[in-house]
Structure formats: C-alpha cells, structure tokens
Design a protein around this ligand. Structure first.
Ligand SMILES: [Fe+2]
Length: 310
C-alpha cells in the first residue's frame, strides 16, 4: 500500500512551477555532522550573510550552506538572554503597535530551547514551529528575554522589508496583498508542537513500525514532509532496508539513532544528516539504544505518517 502523506488543500497560484522552485526549501546533502564539530560564528566578521538583526552575543553554527549558488542554509542560532532587535525597539518608540516584516526567501524554524516572543502578540516555547513562505507578514519585534536556541532553514539570504501593523490587526498573519503566491504550501504562524498528539507511523501494510510521529508541514512544491519522530529505548526496524528514490533528513534532538543505509550512520543528540536523493526504509539494522527524539524530513510514500491535525 502506498500512503498519501500530503494534505490535498490547494492554494491558487499565479506563478509557474519553475518560479516556485526557485524559492522552495532546499535539502542539501550533508553528513552526518555533529553540532560540536561546527565552528561558532559570533559576528559579521566571521559569518557570511550575518543579519543586522543579530546583535553582539548572537552565535551561529551552520550545518550546511549552498555557497555561491542559492545561499540556502541550515543552521543553529543562539540568541543571548535579553535579545531584542535594536531596530524594532527604536521603531516602537514612535510606533508602539510595531511593524511587520516579510522576506522573499522561504523560512522554516524550530524553537529548540527557551522562548521566542513576537512582541506581546504570541510566543513559542520549545518545541515551537513556524514556516514562512515568501512575502508572509509577521511581527518584526522578535525577542527572547531568557535567550533562545533556534534551528533554521532558509531557501536563500534573508532580505527584510517592513510594513506598519494596522491598529486593528486581528493577530492572524497573512500573505502580503498584491504579491505573488510563490509557494503552494500552507504557512504555519506559531505552532506549539506539544499541543499535537503522538501517533503511530505505519508500515506499507498498515501495521505499526514502533515509530511515533507528529506531522508538521507538507512542501507541496517539492514533496517533502516535515515531522517530529520518536522511538523508545531498544527500538529497531524490521525486515530489509529498502532504498528508493526520495529523500531523508534528520536532526536528532535527544538520544541516539543508528541508520542502516548500506553503511551504518550513527547519530547522537544534535547530529544532522541529509540525503536528498534516497529514502531508505527502516529495516532491522536501523535502531536506537536509548530511544530517540528527532526532527525528520522525508520524501517518501512507504511510511504512513499521521495526518495534519491543525
Ligand atoms: Fe522573519
């Protein structure tokens, strides 16, 4: 049985498929690589594409970047306690409602540790999730009183454009009026992942794999699904590891995971791995000693993922 892991809701498009692909999320081949082995960048002096919204005290570690091409990147970003954007503090002195920002790149972000606040509109705690397609308006006054760790993927460099927030804004983020829908996929404004239930992930016959998941986002342009997975202590897959065209990507948050991909791939907490061309069905050689919690991106129709619940 093939599983249909994608939502069917369609957003009308005004652009060609090719135009959308230029802003689609990238899944660059990496690894495995561990966060501890990546140099820390702490300022514009040693970090290319350093954003002016990252003041002193910010630390970045880049898992991968499409250097000199699209400049798509995947990285861990740490804001120190008390982080707030100097530009927004200044702006709010004369415009207390604040302003929106938007960018022309696509951005996916996880709050891994700490609390990330969007002014006083809303806040995301570990784990929080958002997914901003191009031109998606969201409050620019982002701050983290206790500091925060963010895991971010951008489809290209982040360019900022600002628009005043209307006095009567209903707190629903929106696409910039008059701008093209570059992505067919549904944006996610501020999702507390803890609010979603864990649900079984099924094998091709509809049986349980022992993996549990939370379905977060479908990239309808590229066929990838973002989800959270966990397996218990001592878990392993069953049967043969079967490789198919597709893709598989992991960020292990807690515990350990060993993949059987012809050779063994050992992942521990904060290890990252991405194969953008092949999905390998988890056979008996795939398993975990301590149990594992991971962010997972798959392009595959053999595993039956839970449906979107929000
Ligand atoms: Fe943003």
């Amino acid at each position: 049985m093939k599983h249909d892991n994608h939502q069917t809701e369609q957003i009308p498009l005004v652009e060609t498929l090719e135009a959308r692909r230029t802003v689609a999320m990238k899944h660059l081949r990496v690894g495995p690589v561990h966060l501890d082995d990546i140099p820390k960048e702490t300022s514009a002096a040693d970090g290319r594409l350093w954003q002016d919204t990252w003041p002193d005290g910010t630390q970045r570690r880049v898992y991968t970047r499409d250097e000199g091409n699209t400049d798509a990147s995947t990285f861990m970003l740490n804001f120190p306690p008390g982080y707030a954007r100097p530009q927004e503090l200044e702006y709010k002195k004369t415009n207390p409602v604040g302003r929106f920002e938007y960018h022309t790149c696509h951005e996916e972000l996880f709050v891994l540790k700490g609390t990330f606040k969007f002014d006083d509109w809303y806040e995301m705690r570990d784990f929080g999730y958002f997914n901003h397609p191009p031109y998606w308006l969201h409050p620019a006054h982002q701050h983290a009183p206790e500091g925060v760790d963010l895991f971010i993927t951008n489809s290209g460099p982040v360019d900022f454009t600002y628009v005043p927030i209307p006095e009567d804004w209903d707190q629903r983020e929106l696409l910039m009026e008059g701008f093209p829908h570059k992505s067919r996929s549904r944006p996610v404004a501020a999702l507390e992942i803890a609010d979603l239930p864990w649900e079984p992930v099924l094998d091709p016959d509809g049986g349980r794999t022992g993996i549990e998941g939370k379905h977060l986002w479908d990239d309808l342009d590229d066929g990838w699904t973002t989800w959270l997975m966990r397996v218990p202590e001592g878990w392993s897959g069953t049967g043969a590891a079967e490789a198919n065209p597709g893709g598989d990507r992991f960020l292990v948050i807690e515990g350990d995971l060993t993949l059987d991909r012809g050779e063994k791939v050992e992942l521990s907490s904060m290890s990252y791995f991405c194969d953008p061309d092949q999905f390998v069905y988890p056979g008996a050689g795939t398993g975990s000693n301590e149990g594992c919690l991971a962010i997972r991106w798959t392009k595959d129709d053999t595993l039956g993922l839970p449906v979107l619940r929000f």
